[in-house]
Design a protein around this ligand. Sequence first.
Ligand SMILES: C[S@@+](CC[C@H](N)C(=O)[O-])C[C@H]1O[C@@H](n2cnc3c(N)ncnc32)[C@H](O)[C@@H]1O
Length: 392
Amino acid sequence: MGKVILSGKGRRWLMKGHPWAYRDDVAESSGTQGELVPVEDPNGHPMGWGLYSTASRIAVRLVTSDSTQPNRAFWSERMRRAVERRRQLGMLDEAGCCRLLSGDADGFPGMVVDRYAKTLVLQSGCQGSDRMRDFIVELLLEALPFEPDAIVDRSDASVRKLEKLDPIVETLRGSVEGPVLARDGDLLFEVDVFQGHKTGHYLDQSLNRRAAARRAEGGRVLDAFSYDGLFGLHAALAGAEQVVCLEQNKGACERILANAERNGLLDRIKVERVDCMKDMRARAEREERYELVVVDPPAFARSKKEVAGAERGYVELNRRAFDLVPAGGAIVSASCSYNVSPADFVKFIGRAANLAGRDVWLEELTKAAPDHPHLVTLPESDYLKCAFLRVG
Ligand SMILES: C[S@@+](CC[C@H](N)C(=O)[O-])C[C@H]1O[C@@H](n2cnc3c(N)ncnc32)[C@H](O)[C@@H]1O
């Protein structure tokens, strides 16, 4: 069996509660890809057990700080706890959707499992979660209150390169013919679990979409970076007069229209396959106005080095949004860049408001839905910021 011996710095870091030890914080290590190994401090005292990586900068992801080796009962209880938490949140209805397992934040390093009705989609991001995949499926089947129709492994995210893992796209159980249908509140929507982004959909915005829809009634709505259009579709369902969705991904644009038709909203939804940055400027020049503008771009800062560029991007984008909103209108502005803090994001929005010459009030600053838990000792699990703004 392998083992990780931390340096003094690594020990101090783990003592603060963060579950990852970086390679620089390790004095000695041995182990195979993704092996569950004991972790010790420099004096040989046990610090717990973790999943070892032979390749990543993160040498070990702690699973427990207990000295006892995790056994089947340990993992089974951990899975039960994750599923029970979703049940308590009211997110387990069979036709609905939710994130069932949120990686390290749920105690399963690197493994995400999203549920679209009775189809489960796994995404493994590290050697440990690859090694545990079949065992995790077994535990899930035991813990879920219903039998899944299909299970798909969609482990093709680019983070796998850091772990020297090849992409995997594989149906593990049942079969998936055509798009998967799931309910999000009153909306029935389709998910492309093989070609769509992430596991097929952005589940983290589910509650923010409903909060945005409450600001949409009777108004015109611009849903920029709309992906499969769920901000816009919820707004239309809540009574928006007209919704324009802007998105550059062809498959996503097609799904917005299919979803609009499915929900009887085709007369109020327009989809334009454009570059949002250019298109929003052109709309402002044409003096178009929307009572609600949603801006939910991809992460502008994927690393600390990219924060300066991200700042320019967020300021510019929000400034364009302000130009499109009449006095009294609302903006819902999101950032999924972990490297941009909530305080900095609000500062960037302030800069944009100043440049646009508008009074802007922050009504709410929310995060990802609670099925994407924020483990307080793991800041990386808190990445999404969603600002609900009122514009004067
Ligand atoms: C974070 S996702 C949006 C999620 C979406 N709002 C939702 O609620 O599911 C960002 C989206 O922006 C799209 N995108 C990225 N750059 C774009 C651009 N310059 N113009 C239009 N769409 C863009 C991506 O294809 C992706 O669908």
